[in-house]
Design a protein around this ligand. Structure first.
Ligand code: G6P
Length: 489
């Protein structure tokens, strides 16, 4: 089929996510600087040759004026990005409110916010209305750019309503939806006032994907128990219409990390870090500063370890990179001060005039600095209270092929299902257990480290983000073909 834009005949993929892989900062009335983030999804899709991806999402900035919207749209088009413009009020109610104050904590088993549980049904309703409105705005933009034969891949908890909106526009659109967070037990999901509407909206997709088999099972149970639909080995069936539900564990672009270690700037940085921490073992945490990451629990476990093991006090350092995130949501603001307070107390308790046990940074590091840090790390600590997958654990493993460092990994991260045999698995709520795991990791014989690392490294390099994306899209294409065949029969 000839394409209207004269492009070669690769299948077009419209990737729709709340955030574009580019964030825009305004420099003047019609001038923008664009900051590209090569996150997991971007590198996954860059490596896939079969289709040509376009991105649709929010540029993370309020652009009320027409000139600004026009010029930004033009600049983004060069990066194959198409913006959805959300005004401040919608962002507040949809993104800060419904997405990050309600769905995010609920899906990570932190429950609904107290205020909403008690009296503010009105604010809950207005946030849900804004959520639907925002999803409809994304759908409008997708519909405007859609061409027959395109695959539309919707991402994450921000866009659970999108499959429904898209199918209302065009029931023939191929629509997939993938959740990057856990999907909780149906007993948790059923506490959500809008539980049924959300499930039905997701079920409008042709294919629904999760990181783990457990999340997929929870979703199917929610549909059977809450909506009374039929769960089948293939997915969920509603009056003869099947929505396929399956697990597609994501990975990373491992080559990108492995190759970065050869870059002169990274080697230089590695050398500096080794000198800086000579004579001490390096433990590392890299997290967004989010309640689900279990940062206070991790630091308290480290304190317990130091308390019980005086020998290690001047021989180990914990570097915690805590990347600020969602700073307009009050829960996140409280967390920042809580973490600072704990770090200050422990450094006061165990620090000396020349060294402190914890280096805590409230900022992100660039890609090369991060790779250097991963590669000098002896023990990585991932103690998420819940986490869809957690790719920091994968990135650490990819950068460890010469060192064979140890990964301590929460059993509540999706990654525990794939890296569990190589990591030391812990319950992050049990501080005594995590402290003991730190001791085990620091004292682990080289032979055991080698064996565990080999397992993890093989997994990380053989399950890449490119394979994940290819697999999802080919399953989506097949699902639609099978559904058409069923209708013809
Ligand atoms: C998680 C979500 C993503 C989100 C990211 C950063 O990984 O699954 O959808 O983009 O956090 O959060 P933010 O709110 O800054 O986009």
């Amino acid at each position: 089929r000839e394409r209207s834009d004269g492009m070669p005949n690769r299948q077009r993929l419209l990737v729709v996510a709340n955030r574009l892989p580019v964030s825009a900062v305004r420099r003047g009335e019609d001038s923008w600087s664009l900051d590209i983030s090569a996150g997991g999804l971007v590198s996954a899709l860059l490596g896939v040759k079969e289709f040509e991806a376009r991105w649709i999402g929010w540029a993370g900035v309020n652009v009320p004026d027409e000139i600004g919207q026009k010029t930004l749209t033009k600049e983004l088009a060069e990066k194959r990005c198409i913006p959805v413009f959300l005004d401040e009020e919608v962002v507040h109610q949809y993104y800060n409110g419904y997405c990050n104050n309600i769905l995010w904590p609920l899906f990570h088993y932190l429950g609904l916010p107290q205020e909403d549980r008690l009296a503010t049904t009105r604010s809950f309703q207005s946030q849900f209305a804004a959520y639907k409105k925002a999803n409809q705005m994304f759908a409008d933009v997708v519909n405007e750019h859609y061409e027959e034969g395109d695959v539309v891949w919707c991402h994450d908890y921000h866009l659970m309503f999108l499959p429904k909106c898209l199918k209302e526009y065009n029931s023939k659109m191929k629509v997939g939806w993938f959740l990057h967070t856990p999907f909780p037990s149906s007993e948790i999901h059923r506490t959500l006032p809008s539980r049924s509407e959300l499930l039905r909206a997701v079920l409008a997709a042709d294919l629904v994907g999760f990181h783990t088999y457990d999340y997929a099972r929870h979703f199917v149970s929610a549909c059977t128990r809450i909506l009374g639909l039929e769960g089948t080995p293939e997915g969920v069936e509603d009056q003869g219409k099947l929505t396929r539900v399956a697990a597609f564990p994501i990975g990373i672009d491992s080559d990108r990390f492995i190759q970065a270690l050869e870059v002169p700037q990274v080697r230089e940085h590695v050398k500096e870090l080794k000198e800086r921490f000579a004579g001490r073992k390096v433990m590392l945490g890299v997290d967004r500063l989010d309640m689900i990451k279990g940062i206070p629990q991790k630091i308290l476990a480290f304190e317990k370890f130091l308390e019980e093991n005086p020998y290690w006090r001047d021989k180990v350092v914990l570097l915690q990179i805590a990347v600020p995130t969602r700073t307009d949501v009050p829960e996140y603001q409280k967390l920042t001060s809580q973490v600072h307070e704990i770090v200050g107390r422990i450094n006061g308790r165990f620090g000396t005039l020349t060294a402190v046990p914890i280096h805590h940074l409230d900022r992100s590091l660039d890609f090369h600095a991060l790779c250097a840090l991963y590669s000098v790390t002896d023990v990585a600590l991932v103690t998420s209270l819940r986490d869809g997958m957690n790719l920091v654990s994968y990135e650490f493993v990819a950068c460890q092929d010469s060192k064979r460092g140890v990964l301590i990994l929460s059993e509540f991260a999706g990654a525990a299902q794939s890296l569990g045999a190589g990591a030391i698995l812990v319950n992050p709520w049990n501080i005594t257990e995590v402290a003991a795991a730190i001791g085990q990791a620091l004292n682990m014989p080289a032979e055991e480290r080698e064996k565990r690392h080999r397992h993890n490294f093989d997994h990380v390099t053989n399950h890449t983000s490119q394979q994940w994306a290819e697999f999802f899209v080919s399953e989506l294409n097949d699902t639609v073909i099978e559904a058409q065949q069923r209708i013809r029969q």
